[in-house]
Structures are given as C-alpha cells and as structure tokens.
Design a protein around this ligand. Structure first.
Ligand code: ARG
Length: 456
C-alpha cells in the first residue's frame, strides 16, 4: 500500500521493517488527543483563510465521525499506516475524500505528536493528582483513629523510642503532600502548546498559534519552534515526580509487609488485598504491597530509559523520540492503579493495637526517658547517658527491663531518682510527653491532623 509520505520512494516496503518503525500498537492510545488537536488546527486553518471555511467544516465533520468511532472503539488501525497520525489521516480520507489532504497544511507530525503528548499528560496528571489527594485523606482518617495507638519507633530497624501510630501514618501524609505539590507545580510545564511549531522551523502559512493554543485549553505556547517539537522535559519531570512518589509507596509497602509478618503481627490486611499459596494452605500473603514495591522499579526504569533516549539527540525531532510513549503510558497506569490499591489497602487494614503497644513494653525503648529524667534533675546529659547505658547492660545480663529495676536499686545509682520514674518509663507517658513541635506527642499528632484536614 502507498505510504502517505511515499512520493519520493520507489523501493518496496517490507512488512517486518514497517512493524519495527510503527508506533500504532501503542500510540493508538492518543487517538482522542490527536483528533482534538486536529479539530483545533483545522478550525484555525479555516479562520485564517488558509483553507476555505467550507473545507474546514467538511474536515471537522469527518474528524467528529472519527472521534465518535474512537470513543466506541470502532477504529481499525494498521501497521502500514505506521502511527496514530497517519492512521487517522487515512481514515479521514476514506471518510471525506481528497479534501482530507488539506488538514496537514502548515503542520507536521512533529508538532502534532508533541501536542498529543501534552494533551494526554495534562489530562492524566489531573487524574493522578486526585488519586494522591484521596490517598492523603485515607491516611489522615486512619491516623485520626490511631493518635493514641502506641508502637515502637525504629531507627536501624531496632526499637528506638515509642511513638504514636498516627504519627507514623502522618509521616507518609507529609511525603504524599510533597508529591502532590510537585505534580501540581509541574502542570505549568505540561500546559504549553507546541502546535504550529510545524516540522522544526515554523511555517510560511499565516497560522494563528494563539488561537489553537486557546482552543486546546493550553495556558502558554512554546516560543521556540525547535524547542517546541523536541522538548520532552515535561514527560521526564512527570516520570521523575512519579519515581519519587512510587519510592514513597514502596517504603510504605515494605513496612506493611514487615508488619504483616508472623514476627511483627502489627497489622492484618483484608482478604481483598491478600492472596494465598498454591501449596501452603496457611498462607496469606501481602501480594499487593509487594507488587507496588516491585512496580516502583518499572517507573524508575521508565525515567532512566527516557533520559537515556534523549541525552544524545541533536535538535530537533529524531525518531528516537517515538520511544517516549510506552514509558509514559506505563507510568500513568502504574501510578494510578498503585494509588488506588494503596488507598483501599490502608483504609481497610486491621491494626493490632495491643500487639503494637506490647512491643513497646518488653524492650529498652524507654532508655532515653531515664536519661532525660536524670538530665532534668541536673545531671549533665552525657553523664546520664553513661549511667543508663551501664544500667541497660546490667539489666540485659539479668534478663529484666528498666521498669523492673527496684526503686532501692535506682536510688543506689542516684538519689535523685524517685517513685515517679516508673510512670516516666511507661511508653504511653514517653509518647504523651513529646510535646515538641512536630513530635509524636498526642497533642502534636492531633495538630498535624488538624492542619492536614484544613489543607485537604
Ligand atoms: N510516530 C512518531 C512519534 O511518535 C510521530 C512523529 C513522526 N515524525 C517524523 N518526522 N517521522 O514520534
């Protein structure tokens, strides 16, 4: 079959080479955006007198038919027509005849595809931002239920100091809030129209770029045609912001996986978010959390892949840029579904508050409390640290904890220690008293939640 660009060719095409060069298997996802872009372009061609109004109307009517077919999944794409742009142009020709050939006046597939990508990402960014916002809401609600749930706080995955589980959840709220801000801030660099940059140098036709940009809802236009057709920073930025977001989800999933283990038993996921084993009847695996942790890898890969594609490209368009699509589609899909799963999983997760609390009673995570107690009584903190360290060693040898040491022994160590030490050593007191701004004290966690609710 003759190519739409076949004029200067007389060699025959090889199907397997066509298949290698074609993007239609994946860029058909841009059908809607491509038609939208064409509608704006043809309207402008008519309005500026580059083609007649009658021709513009005929082309618009044909494009509208294609848009309906696209919405109903009725378009049949072919490899011979290479990509979404040429496939649709061929279909338009079949629909309305040779006048279809006027649509491509003052346009190139280079500004066309860039326009499609900007439109696609803008739409999906807004969807993803909504999902992040929803997940933040889930985190805040869960945190509110668990302000007073005590759990071990960790450093080096060793018990460090007791904290509020609500505080732990709100740490993820903070990460997701930054993720959302990054995504929102990036919109202004997605919301720019490359349409009218043409192949690379602009056009001799008296086009109106402001008109098409406004018609497509873009907030700005590229002021350099070379930049407009070859810029993919907006996609890189999306992949980069998505990578950070997925890294956050992955860290959270890692914790959930640990917490679901027999050793921790801090939480239990509902059956919906768990799977069994084909051989071990007892198994209930946190597969969804593991998958999100794993899928972060493909998003990082999409970012590194595209950076690598672009880093050596001379201006302006190069066919390498066709490789920008699959990674972007993949990341949009991965991030959107991962956020849905996270929100559902956290919302329905059962928290074993007693187990969490008990884990703070049979450990030395109250050692800082004792050192602080001594420091408040005037003993220099370094000396207090040394005293408590020795005592912990002694307790470990005896197989007891700080709360088990008799008052007489405490007073023998230092007479400033009184009966109130036992309350000081309880994990609940340790958490409650951490009133410092942003600390794990219940009042501070409540404050974080209030601020978050107001922000949401
Ligand atoms: N399918 C191509 C892509 O996705 C469209 C642009 C083709 N431009 C060209 N000069 N061959 O990048």
């Amino acid at each position: 079959m003759a190519k739409l660009w076949g004029g200067r060719f007389d060699g025959k095409n090889e199907a397997w080479i066509d298949a290698f060069g074609a993007s239609i298997p994946f860029d058909q996802q841009l059908a809607k955006q491509d038609i939208t872009g064409s509608l704006a372009h043809v309207k402008m061609l008519g309005a500026t007198g580059i083609i007649t109004i009658a021709e513009a109307d005929k082309i618009s009517a044909g494009l509208t038919v294609l848009a309906e077919k696209a919405a109903n999944d009725e378009l049949v794409f072919t490899i011979e027509n290479e990509d979404i742009h040429l496939n649709l142009e061929k279909m338009l020709h079949d629909e309305i005849g040779p006048v279809a050939g006027k649509l491509h006046t003052a346009r190139s597939r280079n500004d066309q595809v860039a326009t499609d990508m900007h439109l696609y990402l803008k739409e999906h960014l807004l969807e993803i931002i909504e999902k992040v916002q929803h997940f933040r809401g889930v985190l805040v609600n869960k945190a509110e239920e668990h302000v007073e749930t005590i759990m071990p706080g960790y450093t080096h995955l060793q018990h460090a100091q007791p904290i509020s589980f609500g505080h732990h959840l709100m740490a993820y709220y903070g990460m997701l809030t930054r993720d959302q801000a990054r995504l929102e801030e990036s919109i202004k660099r997605v919301d720019i129209s490359p349409l009218g940059c043409a192949a690379l140098a602009g056009t001799t036709f008296p086009i109106d770029r402001e008109m098409t940009a406004a018609d497509l809802g873009f907030n700005d236009l590229y002021m350099n045609s070379l930049d407009g057709v070859s810029d993919r920073d907006f996609i890189l930025e999306f992949l980069s912001n998505s990578s950070i977001l997925m890294m956050h989800l992955s860290r959270f999933c890692e914790e959930i996986i640990l917490w679901c283990s027999h050793e921790f038993k801090f939480v239990e996921l509902t059956d919906t978010f768990s799977t069994g084993s084909s051989i071990m009847p007892q198994k209930k695996n946190p597969d969804m959390a593991e998958l999100i942790r794993g899928k972060s890898g493909r998003v990082f890969g999409d970012l590194v892949g595209l950076l690598t594609v672009i880093k050596g490209l001379p201006l302006a368009y190069n066919k390498d840029l066709q490789e920008d699509k699959e990674g972007m589609f993949d990341t949009v899909h991965t991030v959107a579904t991962s956020l849905d799963i996270m929100a559902g999983m956290i919302d329905t997760m059962k928290v074993n508050t007693q187990v969490m609390h008990d884990a703070t009673e049979k450990d030395f995570s109250n050692a800082t409390e004792l050192a602080d107690y001594l420091a408040t009584k005037g003993i220099p903190f370094r000396q207090a640290h040394e005293i408590v360290g020795k005592l912990v060693l002694d307790c470990t040898q005896k197989g007891i904890y700080l709360q088990d040491v008799p008052l007489a022994d405490y007073q023998a160590i230092n007479s400033v220690i009184e009966e109130d030490i036992y309350d000081t050593l309880s994990s609940k007191t340790a958490v409650t008293r951490r009133h410092s701004l942003g600390g794990t004290g219940f009042d501070q966690v409540k404050k974080q939640i209030e601020l978050a609710k107001a922000a949401l």
